[in-house]
Design a binder for this molecule. Sequence first.
Ligand code: FNR
Length: 350
Amino acid sequence: MTAHRKDEHVQLAHAQYAPGNRTAPPGAPPPASQFDEVHFVHHALAGTDREKVSLETRFAGLHWPVPLYINAMTGGSAKTGEINRDLAIAARETGLPIATGSMSPYLKDPGTAPTFTPVRREHPDGFVLANLNATATPEQARRAVGLLRADALQIHLNTVQETVMPEGDRSFGHWASGIERIVSAVEVPVIVKEVGFGLSGRTVRELASLGVRIADVAGSGGTDFARIENGRRSRPDYAYLEGWGLSTPAALLDARGCGLPLLASGGVRHPLDVARALALGAGAVGASGPYLTTLLDGGVDALVRHITTWLDQLTALMTLLGAHSPAELADCDVLLSGSLREFRLDRGLT
Ligand code: FNR
C-alpha cells in the first residue's frame, strides 16, 4: 500500500509539470508566480568580477559548497529507490546536498532500506538529510538518521496533505510535543519543513521554542500536494484546497526575524527565483518537482546539466548584482509589487 502510494505521488507530481499543466516544464515560459513580484533594483555600476564570486554557502553553522539542494521526495518502492539513486548521483556530480523522502516506509518495514540507502552510497561525502514526520518516536528518529549517516534530520509538516489524502492521519494536536522529543533525541540538527504550503512567522517562532535549528518555509507555487491527493481520490472532493497556503516569497517575508535561520523551497522555477529567495533572507534554496521532472524526462545526465546551468546562471546573476557570496544577496535593493507588497503591508512586516 505505502509503496503504491509513493509511486502515485511521483506520477502525479510529474504530471503537474507536463506541458499545458499549471506548472511549466523547463524551457517553457514560466507560469505566473509571486516570485515575479520580487524585483531587484537595477544599479548599472553594482557589478563585480565573475572570478570574485563564490557559491560557497555558510549559514546556521553549516558549510555547503553551493546554496542549492535537492529537497525531500521519495523512497519506499523499487521504482522510487532508483529515483533516489539517480537524484543522489546528480547531487554528487554537482555538489548539492540532498534529502530523501519520508522514511516512514523504512520504519514500518526495514526491508525497504535499500530504497533509501543509495542516497548515502552514491553521495558518500555529501550533505545528506533524512526525513520523517512529527509522529516518529525518538528511537525511530535515531534509526532513520543512523541508516543514512545523515548530517541533518528534516521533519515535515503536512496538515493540508493529510486532510486531502484519502488515508490521511488527522490527529495534529501532538505534533509540537513530538518535534520537541525528536530534537532532544538526535545529535544532528533538526530542520522542520512544510511540503509546499509554507511556514508562517508564527509557526517559525513556535519551532524555535521547541529547539528546532532551521526552518525550510517550503511554500506554495510549485508542486501542490492538495492536487496530488485529490488525484488519488475517486473524486477531487477537496479541489478548493488546491493553491492553499503561503507562497515561498510570502512565507520568507512573514518568517524572517522570527528566531530561526531559513531555507527556501517550493515553486522555485529558475536561477532568478533562487537569487530572489536568497535576497529575501534564505540561507539556501531547494527544489523538488522541477528536478524530478528533468530526471524522469531526460535521465541523470539531463539533471546534471539542469543543475549545472542553474549554478552557472546564479553565479552570473550574483556578478551582475555585485554579490560575492550568496549571503551578500541579502544586501541587494529589492522592491515588492502587487499582491506580495499588499501581503507585507497587511501583515505589518518590514
Ligand atoms: C515531495 N515532498 C516531500 N516532502 C517531505 O518532506 N517528505 C516527503 O516524503 C515528500 N515527498 C514528496 C514527493 C514528491 C514526488 C514531491 C515532488 C515532493 C515535498 C517537497 O520536499 C517540497 O516541499 C515540495 O515539493 C515543494 O517544492 P517544489 O516541488 O515546488 O520544488
